[in-house]
Ligand binder design. Sequence first.
Ligand code: SAM
Length: 231
Amino acid sequence: MTQPDPSRFFDQKIADNYDVQADNLKAIGDNLHLLIGLVLQDLPDDARILCVGAGTGTEIVHLAALHPNWRFVALEPSPEMLAKCREKMEKHGFDERCRHVNGFLKDIAPGESFDAVLCLLVTQFMLDPEERQAMFDGMARRLRAGGYLINAEISYDVRSAAFDAMAQKWGAMRKKSGATKDDTAQIIAMMLKHVAVAPPAAIEAMLKKSGFAMPILFFQSLFIHAWYSQK
Ligand SMILES: C[S@@+](CC[C@H](N)C(=O)[O-])C[C@H]1O[C@@H](n2cnc3c(N)ncnc32)[C@H](O)[C@@H]1O
């Protein structure tokens, strides 16, 4: 299966609008980031965190503000998104604590070990199930024993009876973000074209296959689900 190049999809236009749209749904992002902070609160004072698909760096800003000695790697294949991340780190004074890597997981040495890996709203773009599984494997390899993986995904059982009703609410949410003026049918058609929407049980099975014995679903907002797992 041909995997679209994410650095093409997350282009300058999307990078310019990404935070504007996220701000329109700030309550959802704030809830997720608050809970991630709680999940990770017991990590050591000098923890090292890898953010895979860091985008504009919002998750890093939240954690860097809470933990002045934590250090971060922002891994991001889109140069435009990474540039926004860099700007944000400079604006908040976190640039000294954040290494920016323009690339993919293969560009982080497998020997480099982290206390936590965050991968928020990224693996859903892996349309090939084997590549998606390989990404979970790669993140597991870069975690120290006891380290945390936090992954958020657009996830739902598209064959369930509730899917159409949820899709209506999802469409309303996408419009509220300002991302689109399309009608719900078009929004859902685009989502199913570009995103591999797998049911929560399938995501949990992938996490287990990558060695995470007990993925814990700690957040859901419409189709967005987030799990934490320990190695
Ligand atoms: C929806 S954004 C999420 C950004 C950020 N994590 C957030 O929650 O705001 C998805 C990001 O993942 C990046 N991405 C897509 N495929 C990727 C891959 N295979 N490896 C790493 N990052 C990827 C995209 O370039 C994009 O910046």
